[in-house]
Design a protein around this ligand. Structure first.
Ligand SMILES: Nc1ccccc1-c1cnco1
Length: 258
């Protein structure tokens, strides 16, 4: 996967060079580019914003620097010509996905992360101030699949933190990134249920014992208990998730535990 992030605070994206994503970049599983939007300005002050038409507080990000940046980053790779054998050119490359973190975006979900983990090229446009001139988003639709995503119903100062959240959720689902794929199963939201509670040594901590079933060695009973706990937890904390469960998941649940 090629991953480009454009921001006026590129240092905000430094965590992408650490840990899981950092290792994936070192291994070449992710080809990462973090870019300063101001590199596509041409005035002495490297201006990226201006006052809003229609008045109002704050500033709006100018379209020109974004158009230059995205033209450079979304450029179609050179079409593969026919090779010496005259074989047909390779199929056209998949269109890049331009992701614009936005409070007005579609809620970002585990399903979106899974779908994006299979894409070839993601470009994140991190807006600041009151946002990016809308014409940039409209203009980009000819060059990329454009998606506005929100990571939650709260206000941030810019898209950088949202880009970090989304890249982590996406990168960990790229095949081969997580050492043990088993750890990707039965996670919260992976199948619509929240995860079960976890315990480790000591068996009794400050008078709080580990649930007996987990010490029983009865793997079938442990699996059933964990399934029940996932349902119990989801019903208590996120009943809204129950409505969206896959029918197979619903059928497998023992609702008597509630
Ligand atoms: N509040 C914001 C401001 C700028 C860019 C993204 C956001 C955002 C994304 N998800 C929630 O908020």
């Amino acid at each position: 996967m090629r991953l480009d992030v454009v921001s006026i605070f590129p240092e905000y994206l430094a965590p992408l060079r650490l840990s899981l994503i950092g290792r994936a970049v070192e291994k070449g599983r992710i080809d990462l580019g973090v870019h300063d939007l101001r590199d596509w300005t041409h005035d002495r002050h490297r201006t990226v914003d201006d006052t809003p038409y229609g008045g109002g507080a704050g500033m709006v990000m100018k379209p020109e620097p974004w158009a230059e940046a995205l033209t450079a980053l979304l450029a179609e790779p050179a079409a593969a010509g026919t090779d010496a054998t005259g074989a047909e050119p390779a199929a056209p490359a998949e269109r890049p996905v331009l992701i614009v973190p936005s409070p007005a975006g579609t809620p970002f979900t585990q399903a979106a992360a899974a779908e994006l983990a299979g894409r070839e090229h993601l470009v994140f446009a991190c807006g600041r101030y009151e946002g990016i001139d809308q014409r940039v988003v409209d203009w980009a639709r000819d060059r990329a699949e454009v998606r506005l995503y929100s990571i939650g119903d709260y206000v941030l100062n810019g898209g950088e933190v949202a880009a970090l959240v989304m890249t982590e959720a996406i990168a960990r689902l790229i095949p081969g990134i997580i050492g043990n794929p088993e750890s990707l199963t039965e996670e919260s939201h992976e199948d619509g249920l929240l995860e079960y509670p976890v315990y480790t040594k000591p068996a009794d901590w400050r008078g709080h014992p580990v649930p007996e079933i987990l010490l029983s060695g009865n793997h079938a009973a442990i699996a059933r208990w964990r399934r029940d706990e996932r349902l119990r937890r989801t019903a208590a904390v996120r009943p809204d998730l129950l409505a969206g469960l896959d029918p197979d998941t619903l059928d497998a649940l023992d609702w008597a535990v509630l």
